[in-house]
Design a protein around this ligand. Structure first.
Ligand code: ZN
Ligand code: ZN
Ligand code: ZN
Ligand code: ZN
Length: 330
């Protein structure tokens, strides 16, 4: 399956609505050019990558910090900083650059790390608070002030884009996003579960959208024309190539087409547990998208391909792997 947004999957006709086969190899659709991308759009700021940190990230950081505390007890570090030298988040937000910079140079690394964690924590506390409330339902939120609703949605989703003045979603849409009936990706906004999918991924993950989010990490981004995303040939759900590699969903298996013959690299979709072939897909992506890549993009794409085919045992896969290495070297 071709990469995201080459199939007008966001904002356009969904593949499930088209009368032709959803297999792009049987019904090749015009790849969308990069100009269709959402550059310059305020929704760009709503990419998962720019959202607030998740609870997981904080938990990990806390653990790291916990380890650090064993070596250097936090208390002794803090005690060495006199209260006059200390700075707060408010100071950083308010004071002149030079003043804060000067102060920061005299503060221990641990204190500065703490500051960053404080900011994350402040947001995390708000999010937990909002998410733990059972009274925030579609029924009660109808009576909310528009700004109140925007702020609640921004806190719940971790996407600051909802506060942007140019994002004018209807009150109904905002409520639906809040109660996970609509995709939080401002560029997508599909009704959930998308395509009325009843798979476990769509059913068990609040707010998960199979049209724009990764089955593994539930994040979305605005990358198009790339091997960064792998689509399942059977259920059409998407997975980051990086996530698939990390979760060992790319492995050798019998040829998807014939079911027999030498093992080749296949992608096992976590949403439907079925496998998609990869060689033909990579070929398609390169054929359709390579003309739009600059040198840097090409190197990045080659890197994806060589990581995908790294463990190939079949001749075609090995050849592709070596070819990528060759091209990257040049
Ligand atoms: Zn699904
Ligand atoms: Zn979506
Ligand atoms: Zn992912
Ligand atoms: Zn699948």
């Amino acid at each position: 399956m071709l990469p995201p947004r080459q199939q007008s999957r966001v904002g356009g006709l969904q593949t499930s609505l088209s009368l032709v086969s959803s297999d792009p190899r049987l019904s090749p659709e015009e790849p969308r050019s990069n100009s269709d991308n959402l550059h310059e759009s305020p929704t760009e700021s709503a990419s998962s990558r720019e959202t607030w940190p998740t609870g997981d990230a904080i938990a990990v950081k806390k653990m790291e910090n916990g380890k650090a505390e064993i070596d250097i007890p936090e208390q002794s570090v803090i005690r060495r900083v006199s209260s006059a030298d200390k700075i707060s988040l408010q100071d950083i937000a308010r004071e002149k650059v030079d003043i804060i910079c000067e102060k920061m140079h005299h503060l221990p690394e641990e204190f500065l790390e703490e500051l960053k964690m404080d900011l994350e924590e402040e947001f995390f506390i708000l999010q937990k608070l909002v998410q733990s409330r059972s009274d925030l339902t579609a029924k009660t939120l109808i009576r909310a002030h528009r700004v109140q609703l925007e702020i609640l949605v921004a806190i719940n989703t971790g996407i600051q884009g909802f506060l942007h003045p140019s994002i004018s979603l209807s009150q109904t849409s905002l409520i639906e996003i809040f109660v996970y009936k609509r995709c939080r990706n401002i560029a997508c906004q599909n009704q959930l579960p998308a395509d009325d999918c009843t798979c476990e991924t769509c059913t068990n993950n609040n707010g998960f959208c199979n049209l724009c989010m990764c089955v593994i990490c539930s994040k979305f981004d605005f990358e198009v024309n790339t091997c960064r995303w792998i689509g399942c040939d059977l259920c059409s759900h998407w997975t980051h190539t990086d996530c698939a590699i990390r979760e060992q969903l790319i492995c050798t298996g019998p040829s998807v087409k014939s079911g027999v013959g030498p093992s080749e690299m296949v992608f096992r979709c976590q949403a439907c547990s079925r496998t998609s072939e990869l060689l033909g897909w990579v070929k398609d992506v390169f054929q359709h998208c390579a003309p739009s890549w600059d040198g840097e993009a090409l190197v990045r794409e080659l890197d994806f391909v060589s990581r995908i085919f790294h463990g190939s045992k079949d001749t075609r896969g090995r050849k592709l792997f070596w070819k990528c290495d060759d091209l990257k070297g040049n």
